[in-house]
Design a protein. Structure first.
Length: 334
Protein backbone atom coordinates (compact mmCIF):
# COMPACT_ATOMS: atom_id res chain seq x y z
CA UNK A 1 0.00 0.00 0.00
CA UNK A 2 1.26 3.49 -0.84
CA UNK A 3 2.65 5.28 2.25
CA UNK A 4 0.48 8.33 1.52
CA UNK A 5 -2.75 6.30 1.54
CA UNK A 6 -5.25 7.53 4.13
CA UNK A 7 -5.48 4.44 6.29
CA UNK A 8 -5.27 3.84 10.03
CA UNK A 9 -2.29 1.59 9.35
CA UNK A 10 -0.43 4.51 7.79
CA UNK A 11 -0.93 6.85 10.75
CA UNK A 12 2.30 7.27 12.70
CA UNK A 13 2.09 6.65 16.44
CA UNK A 14 -1.05 7.87 18.23
CA UNK A 15 -2.03 4.48 19.67
CA UNK A 16 -4.51 6.03 22.10
CA UNK A 17 -6.28 8.07 19.41
CA UNK A 18 -6.50 5.00 17.17
CA UNK A 19 -7.92 2.93 20.03
CA UNK A 20 -10.57 5.51 20.99
CA UNK A 21 -11.70 6.15 17.43
CA UNK A 22 -11.55 2.47 16.49
CA UNK A 23 -13.76 1.55 19.44
CA UNK A 24 -16.28 4.27 18.53
CA UNK A 25 -16.40 3.03 14.94
CA UNK A 26 -16.80 -0.60 15.94
CA UNK A 27 -19.57 0.21 18.42
CA UNK A 28 -21.20 2.76 16.11
CA UNK A 29 -20.92 5.42 18.83
CA UNK A 30 -19.16 8.15 16.87
CA UNK A 31 -19.47 11.59 18.45
CA UNK A 32 -20.90 14.47 16.44
CA UNK A 33 -17.94 16.72 17.26
CA UNK A 34 -14.32 15.88 18.09
CA UNK A 35 -11.40 17.97 19.28
CA UNK A 36 -8.09 16.43 18.19
CA UNK A 37 -5.67 17.99 20.65
CA UNK A 38 -1.89 17.75 20.74
CA UNK A 39 1.38 19.27 19.49
CA UNK A 40 1.63 20.81 16.05
CA UNK A 41 2.82 18.50 13.29
CA UNK A 42 1.99 15.12 14.83
CA UNK A 43 -0.76 14.15 12.38
CA UNK A 44 -4.03 15.61 13.70
CA UNK A 45 -5.28 16.88 10.33
CA UNK A 46 -4.16 13.70 8.58
CA UNK A 47 -6.00 11.66 11.21
CA UNK A 48 -9.17 13.68 10.55
CA UNK A 49 -8.93 13.00 6.82
CA UNK A 50 -8.17 9.33 7.51
CA UNK A 51 -11.24 9.06 9.73
CA UNK A 52 -13.35 10.64 6.99
CA UNK A 53 -11.97 8.19 4.43
CA UNK A 54 -12.62 5.19 6.68
CA UNK A 55 -16.20 6.24 7.51
CA UNK A 56 -16.96 6.56 3.80
CA UNK A 57 -14.88 3.71 2.35
CA UNK A 58 -16.84 1.63 -0.15
CA UNK A 59 -14.91 -1.58 0.62
CA UNK A 60 -13.34 -1.45 4.11
CA UNK A 61 -10.89 -4.23 4.96
CA UNK A 62 -10.19 -5.49 8.49
CA UNK A 63 -11.48 -2.30 10.09
CA UNK A 64 -9.46 -0.01 7.83
CA UNK A 65 -10.05 1.93 4.63
CA UNK A 66 -9.22 0.12 1.40
CA UNK A 67 -7.39 3.18 -0.04
CA UNK A 68 -8.35 2.27 -3.63
CA UNK A 69 -12.11 2.80 -3.97
CA UNK A 70 -13.41 5.99 -5.60
CA UNK A 71 -14.25 7.54 -2.23
CA UNK A 72 -10.84 6.79 -0.67
CA UNK A 73 -9.02 8.17 -3.72
CA UNK A 74 -10.94 11.45 -3.48
CA UNK A 75 -10.23 11.83 0.22
CA UNK A 76 -6.54 11.10 -0.37
CA UNK A 77 -6.44 13.76 -3.11
CA UNK A 78 -8.24 16.20 -0.80
CA UNK A 79 -10.89 16.60 -3.50
CA UNK A 80 -13.91 14.92 -1.93
CA UNK A 81 -16.91 17.30 -2.02
CA UNK A 82 -18.01 16.18 1.43
CA UNK A 83 -14.77 17.01 3.21
CA UNK A 84 -15.15 20.68 4.13
CA UNK A 85 -12.21 22.55 5.64
CA UNK A 86 -12.80 26.03 7.01
CA UNK A 87 -9.59 27.86 6.11
CA UNK A 88 -8.62 30.75 8.42
CA UNK A 89 -8.46 34.23 6.89
CA UNK A 90 -5.43 36.14 8.19
CA UNK A 91 -5.14 33.66 11.03
CA UNK A 92 -8.76 33.66 12.19
CA UNK A 93 -12.05 32.02 11.30
CA UNK A 94 -14.62 34.74 10.75
CA UNK A 95 -18.30 34.78 11.67
CA UNK A 96 -19.29 34.94 8.00
CA UNK A 97 -17.37 31.71 7.36
CA UNK A 98 -19.27 29.97 10.16
CA UNK A 99 -22.57 31.24 8.75
CA UNK A 100 -21.64 30.02 5.27
CA UNK A 101 -20.79 26.63 6.77
CA UNK A 102 -24.13 26.46 8.54
CA UNK A 103 -25.94 27.18 5.27
CA UNK A 104 -23.99 24.41 3.51
CA UNK A 105 -24.86 21.92 6.25
CA UNK A 106 -28.57 22.40 5.64
CA UNK A 107 -28.20 20.30 2.50
CA UNK A 108 -27.51 16.58 2.36
CA UNK A 109 -23.97 15.40 1.53
CA UNK A 110 -23.18 15.20 -2.18
CA UNK A 111 -22.09 11.56 -2.17
CA UNK A 112 -20.67 10.58 1.22
CA UNK A 113 -22.47 8.62 3.89
CA UNK A 114 -20.97 10.96 6.47
CA UNK A 115 -19.81 14.48 5.68
CA UNK A 116 -16.78 15.75 7.60
CA UNK A 117 -16.02 19.35 8.55
CA UNK A 118 -12.48 20.26 9.61
CA UNK A 119 -11.80 23.42 11.63
CA UNK A 120 -8.04 23.64 12.22
CA UNK A 121 -6.08 25.27 15.06
CA UNK A 122 -9.08 26.58 16.98
CA UNK A 123 -6.76 27.62 19.85
CA UNK A 124 -5.65 30.37 17.45
CA UNK A 125 -8.40 30.77 14.88
CA UNK A 126 -11.44 30.90 17.17
CA UNK A 127 -10.42 33.07 20.11
CA UNK A 128 -13.19 35.60 19.51
CA UNK A 129 -16.23 34.71 21.59
CA UNK A 130 -18.59 36.05 18.93
CA UNK A 131 -17.27 33.55 16.39
CA UNK A 132 -17.28 30.69 18.88
CA UNK A 133 -20.83 31.47 19.96
CA UNK A 134 -21.98 31.41 16.34
CA UNK A 135 -20.65 27.86 16.05
CA UNK A 136 -22.22 26.55 19.26
CA UNK A 137 -25.56 25.50 17.80
CA UNK A 138 -23.78 23.54 15.05
CA UNK A 139 -21.55 21.85 17.63
CA UNK A 140 -24.55 21.02 19.80
CA UNK A 141 -26.91 19.86 17.06
CA UNK A 142 -25.10 19.13 13.79
CA UNK A 143 -26.96 17.31 11.02
CA UNK A 144 -27.13 13.56 11.59
CA UNK A 145 -24.93 12.93 8.55
CA UNK A 146 -22.14 15.31 9.63
CA UNK A 147 -19.13 15.00 11.94
CA UNK A 148 -17.08 18.05 12.92
CA UNK A 149 -13.38 17.68 13.74
CA UNK A 150 -11.60 20.58 15.40
CA UNK A 151 -7.85 20.59 15.99
CA UNK A 152 -5.85 22.47 18.61
CA UNK A 153 -2.52 22.33 20.38
CA UNK A 154 -2.18 21.42 24.04
CA UNK A 155 -1.80 25.00 25.31
CA UNK A 156 -5.17 25.19 27.06
CA UNK A 157 -6.34 28.19 25.02
CA UNK A 158 -9.46 26.54 23.59
CA UNK A 159 -12.56 28.45 24.67
CA UNK A 160 -14.54 26.49 27.30
CA UNK A 161 -17.74 26.84 25.27
CA UNK A 162 -16.09 24.90 22.44
CA UNK A 163 -14.23 22.42 24.64
CA UNK A 164 -17.37 21.36 26.52
CA UNK A 165 -19.18 20.42 23.31
CA UNK A 166 -16.51 18.18 21.80
CA UNK A 167 -15.12 14.77 22.63
CA UNK A 168 -11.39 15.29 23.12
CA UNK A 169 -9.01 12.86 21.42
CA UNK A 170 -5.43 13.29 22.69
CA UNK A 171 -2.45 13.29 20.33
CA UNK A 172 1.15 12.98 21.50
CA UNK A 173 4.68 13.62 20.15
CA UNK A 174 5.82 10.89 17.78
CA UNK A 175 8.72 8.57 18.63
CA UNK A 176 11.95 10.21 17.51
CA UNK A 177 13.13 7.12 15.65
CA UNK A 178 9.88 6.98 13.63
CA UNK A 179 10.19 10.65 12.69
CA UNK A 180 13.83 10.16 11.68
CA UNK A 181 13.13 7.04 9.62
CA UNK A 182 10.27 8.83 7.82
CA UNK A 183 12.52 11.79 7.00
CA UNK A 184 15.11 9.40 5.58
CA UNK A 185 12.66 7.26 3.60
CA UNK A 186 10.21 9.90 2.38
CA UNK A 187 12.37 13.04 2.23
CA UNK A 188 15.75 11.59 1.30
CA UNK A 189 17.63 13.07 4.26
CA UNK A 190 20.74 11.48 5.68
CA UNK A 191 20.31 9.76 9.03
CA UNK A 192 22.35 12.24 11.12
CA UNK A 193 20.34 15.23 9.90
CA UNK A 194 17.06 13.35 10.28
CA UNK A 195 17.94 12.30 13.83
CA UNK A 196 18.83 15.87 14.79
CA UNK A 197 15.63 17.22 13.28
CA UNK A 198 13.49 14.61 15.06
CA UNK A 199 14.97 15.56 18.42
CA UNK A 200 14.89 19.31 17.86
CA UNK A 201 11.29 19.12 16.66
CA UNK A 202 10.43 17.10 19.79
CA UNK A 203 8.64 14.36 17.89
CA UNK A 204 6.75 16.60 15.46
CA UNK A 205 7.16 15.42 11.88
CA UNK A 206 5.58 18.60 10.53
CA UNK A 207 7.89 20.85 12.54
CA UNK A 208 10.93 18.78 11.56
CA UNK A 209 10.11 19.31 7.88
CA UNK A 210 9.53 23.02 8.48
CA UNK A 211 12.92 23.41 10.18
CA UNK A 212 14.57 21.63 7.27
CA UNK A 213 12.74 23.51 4.52
CA UNK A 214 13.53 26.90 6.05
CA UNK A 215 17.20 26.06 6.58
CA UNK A 216 17.00 26.85 10.29
CA UNK A 217 19.07 23.84 11.31
CA UNK A 218 21.96 24.89 9.07
CA UNK A 219 21.83 28.50 10.24
CA UNK A 220 21.78 27.46 13.90
CA UNK A 221 24.89 25.34 13.20
CA UNK A 222 26.59 28.32 11.55
CA UNK A 223 25.81 30.58 14.53
CA UNK A 224 27.08 27.97 17.00
CA UNK A 225 30.33 27.54 15.07
CA UNK A 226 30.86 31.30 14.84
CA UNK A 227 30.26 31.79 18.57
CA UNK A 228 32.81 29.06 19.33
CA UNK A 229 35.33 30.54 16.92
CA UNK A 230 35.16 34.28 17.67
CA UNK A 231 37.16 35.39 20.72
CA UNK A 232 35.35 37.66 23.17
CA UNK A 233 36.55 41.27 23.25
CA UNK A 234 38.54 40.97 20.02
CA UNK A 235 38.28 43.48 17.19
CA UNK A 236 38.48 40.53 14.80
CA UNK A 237 35.13 39.28 16.11
CA UNK A 238 33.17 42.45 15.30
CA UNK A 239 32.76 41.83 11.56
CA UNK A 240 31.63 38.19 11.78
CA UNK A 241 29.23 38.90 14.65
CA UNK A 242 27.61 41.89 12.91
CA UNK A 243 27.24 39.91 9.69
CA UNK A 244 25.72 37.01 11.61
CA UNK A 245 23.28 39.36 13.36
CA UNK A 246 22.17 40.87 10.04
CA UNK A 247 21.59 37.43 8.54
CA UNK A 248 19.63 36.21 11.57
CA UNK A 249 17.51 39.38 11.73
CA UNK A 250 16.58 38.91 8.07
CA UNK A 251 14.70 35.79 9.19
CA UNK A 252 11.96 38.08 10.58
CA UNK A 253 9.09 35.78 11.61
CA UNK A 254 11.42 32.77 11.84
CA UNK A 255 13.88 34.50 14.16
CA UNK A 256 12.20 33.40 17.44
CA UNK A 257 12.34 29.79 16.22
CA UNK A 258 16.01 30.19 15.31
CA UNK A 259 16.81 31.54 18.78
CA UNK A 260 14.83 28.68 20.34
CA UNK A 261 17.07 26.22 18.48
CA UNK A 262 20.14 28.09 19.72
CA UNK A 263 18.82 27.83 23.28
CA UNK A 264 18.43 24.06 22.84
CA UNK A 265 22.10 23.86 21.85
CA UNK A 266 23.18 25.77 24.97
CA UNK A 267 20.98 23.45 27.04
CA UNK A 268 22.85 20.54 25.44
CA UNK A 269 26.16 22.11 26.46
CA UNK A 270 24.92 22.38 30.05
CA UNK A 271 23.87 18.73 30.07
CA UNK A 272 27.22 17.72 28.57
CA UNK A 273 29.18 19.60 31.24
CA UNK A 274 27.03 17.91 33.88
CA UNK A 275 27.98 14.50 32.49
CA UNK A 276 24.83 13.55 30.58
CA UNK A 277 25.38 10.84 27.93
CA UNK A 278 25.21 11.81 24.27
CA UNK A 279 21.87 10.07 23.83
CA UNK A 280 20.26 12.82 25.91
CA UNK A 281 21.51 15.63 23.69
CA UNK A 282 19.06 17.19 21.24
CA UNK A 283 21.74 18.43 18.83
CA UNK A 284 23.81 15.40 17.80
CA UNK A 285 24.77 17.16 14.57
CA UNK A 286 26.81 19.66 16.62
CA UNK A 287 28.78 17.07 18.59
CA UNK A 288 32.00 18.25 16.92
CA UNK A 289 31.65 21.60 18.72
CA UNK A 290 31.40 20.14 22.23
CA UNK A 291 35.13 20.31 22.99
CA UNK A 292 35.46 23.92 21.80
CA UNK A 293 32.32 24.92 23.70
CA UNK A 294 33.57 23.29 26.92
CA UNK A 295 36.76 25.30 26.65
CA UNK A 296 34.83 28.47 25.89
CA UNK A 297 32.03 28.63 28.46
CA UNK A 298 31.82 27.65 32.12
CA UNK A 299 28.59 26.22 33.49
CA UNK A 300 27.53 29.56 35.04
CA UNK A 301 28.16 31.30 31.70
CA UNK A 302 26.07 28.72 29.86
CA UNK A 303 23.19 29.27 32.27
CA UNK A 304 23.53 33.02 31.77
CA UNK A 305 23.51 32.55 27.99
CA UNK A 306 20.18 30.75 28.23
CA UNK A 307 18.80 33.73 30.15
CA UNK A 308 20.15 36.11 27.51
CA UNK A 309 18.41 34.21 24.71
CA UNK A 310 15.14 34.14 26.65
CA UNK A 311 15.40 37.91 27.18
CA UNK A 312 16.05 38.45 23.46
CA UNK A 313 12.95 36.45 22.54
CA UNK A 314 10.88 38.59 24.91
CA UNK A 315 12.26 41.72 23.25
CA UNK A 316 11.28 40.39 19.83
CA UNK A 317 7.78 39.69 21.14
CA UNK A 318 7.60 43.39 22.07
CA UNK A 319 8.55 44.31 18.47
CA UNK A 320 12.03 45.57 19.30
CA UNK A 321 14.28 46.03 16.26
CA UNK A 322 15.49 42.57 15.28
CA UNK A 323 18.94 43.62 14.08
CA UNK A 324 19.74 45.44 17.31
CA UNK A 325 18.42 42.56 19.42
CA UNK A 326 20.63 40.08 17.53
CA UNK A 327 23.73 42.28 17.71
CA UNK A 328 23.44 42.78 21.46
CA UNK A 329 22.65 39.11 22.03
CA UNK A 330 25.46 37.62 19.94
CA UNK A 331 28.12 39.88 21.44
CA UNK A 332 26.84 39.05 24.93
CA UNK A 333 26.97 35.31 24.21
CA UNK A 334 30.70 35.34 23.40
Amino acid sequence: MHPDALTIGNLMGQAKAKKLLGRALANQTMAHAYLFRGPTGVGKKRAARTLAALCNCLAPEHGDACAVCASCVKFAANSHPDLLEVEPVKGVIKIDQVRDLQKALRFAPHEAKVRFVLLPDVHLTMQRKETANSLLKTLEEPPADTILVLTADESGKVLPTILSRCQVIPFFPLPYDEVASTLVAADGMDLDEATALARLAEGSLGRARLLHDKGLLAERASIAATLCRCPAGSLASIGPILAMADQAAARKDDLPELLALLAIWFRDLILHQMGAPGAHLASPDLAALLHAADARWSLPRLLRNLELIAAARRQLARNCRATLVCEVLFFALL
